[in-house]
Design a protein around this ligand. Structure first.
Ligand code: NAD
Length: 345
């Protein structure tokens, strides 16, 4: 990626929490490419150091976020913070709900306290401008489609742990907006829909890498239910393009924005597409929800973002086709050692 230098005399200093993860590592690369000095804090619970480039302007701190923030001296200042560290996805949350809920809420409080308590020298605003990663899960099980940022939401009962991820991300949003109102912290919230691309792993149920890995290994693609449920997949390159724009546009401050693609595909069609594009001989296996998840699990028929708000704010338009993303993911998985038997594309 070509490097462009920030027009100011010194490089912008950006902090990326969860920067060794899927979205965070791509974002860190994007920020390095525009000339930033990037600090990544990550405890490597789901992230990997090999996701990060070896770059003279990148500093990596391996630690739990709250500990790392506590250890940063008063002279450590940042111009922007991207908060991506989280226990990600419903699968991980259902495996260890206490740890996941605590991670998502406690780390966010620590981060917002840090951001509100410091300012970049010469900055007009109070606190460090902060982007908080949220999720389309916040929409709960609303039957309305597409989902707009101002919609009412409906969640399942607290006795079903699947919804705790949605609640925890919703609390993160409340926290960020409240720090904005009460402490004047410049915040913006990005509600990610399914983001896909190289470096995403299928270990916690992310569907696309799971399908591509199975197809490349000649194993059946396990589709939950009948596969009629649909989702919208947005390439990581489009997503990381949007985040610095949301951060720097003053009109986005205090706002919540859907970030994703609005092109739907059913999970059955996705499986067929993956098999076709990888030239795999794999079959599709329909797995009842009762086998795939603990009792009480509810899946959503459709999850599509209304993109009018982000289009109006920063001219966001997803550009990369799902076909090209699948090819990228297959190319990455073939060389990352995650697939046992090599499969030529
Ligand atoms: P990821 O698991 O690859 O990244 C999360 C990173 O946070 C990992 O590197 C992990 O090691 C780190 N982390 C977790 N707990 C930490 C802690 N206590 N201290 C320091 N680091 C910690 O997942 P991702 O897909 O890159 O997700 C990034 C963000 O985007 C998350 O906030 C997630 O909720 C949100 N999100 C992602 C998607 C998606 O489709 N990928 C969808 C909705 C929301």
């Amino acid at each position: 990626m070509p490097e462009t230098t920030h027009p100011e005399s010194r490089a912008r200093r950006s902090l990326v929490t969860g920067g060794a993860g899927f979205i965070g590592s791509h974002l860190s690369e994007r920020l390095l490419a525009r000339g930033d000095r990037v600090t990544v804090i990550d405890n490597l619970s789901t992230g990997r150091t090999r996701n990060l480039p070896d770059h003279p302007r990148l500093r990596f701190i391996e630690a739990d976020l709250h500990e790392a923030l506590h250890a940063l001296g008063p002279g450590e200042v940042f111009d922007e913070i991207y908060h991506l560290a989280a226990a990600v996805g419903v699968g991980l949350v259902m495996k260890d709900p206490v740890a996941a809920i605590r991670t998502n809420i406690e780390q966010t409080i620590a981060l917002l306290e840090f951001a509100a308590g410091r300012s970049a020298p010469g900055a007009a605003s109070c606190g460090i401008p902060t982007l908080i990663a949220s999720s389309s899960e916040v929409y709960g099980k609303s039957a309305k489609s597409p989902y707009s940022e101002g919609d009412d939401v409906t969640y399942g009962p607290t006795t079903v742990s699947r919804w705790s991820y949605a609640y925890s991300k919703g609390i993160d949003e409340y926290l960020a907006l409240s720090y904005g109102i009460q402490r004047g912290l410049p915040v913006v919230i990005a509600r990610f829909f399914n983001t896909v691309g190289p470096r995403q792993v299928g270990d916690y149920g992310m569907v696309l890498p799971r399908f591509v890995e199975a197809a490349l290994g000649g194993k059946p693609l396990r589709v939950h239910g009948e596969g009629r449920q649909s989702r919208c997949f947005c390439d990581i390159a489009d997503v990381v393009d949007a985040l610095p724009k949301l951060m720097t546009n003053p009109a986005c401050r205090g706002g919540v924005f859907n970030v994703g693609s609005d092109r739907s595909i059913s999970i059955r069609e996705l499986a067929e597409l993956v098999i076709r594009l990888t030239g795999s001989g794999s079959s599709i296996e329909l797995v009842p929800y009762s086998e795939a998840y603990p009792p009480g699990f509810e899946d959503l028929a459709d999850r599509r973002p209304d993109l009018r708000k982000i289009r109006g704010a920063i001219g966001f338009e997803p550009r990369k086709s799902l076909e090209n993303t699948i090819r990228d993911v297959a190319g990455w998985l073939s060389t990352s050692g995650k697939v046992d038997q090599g499969h030529r594309l």
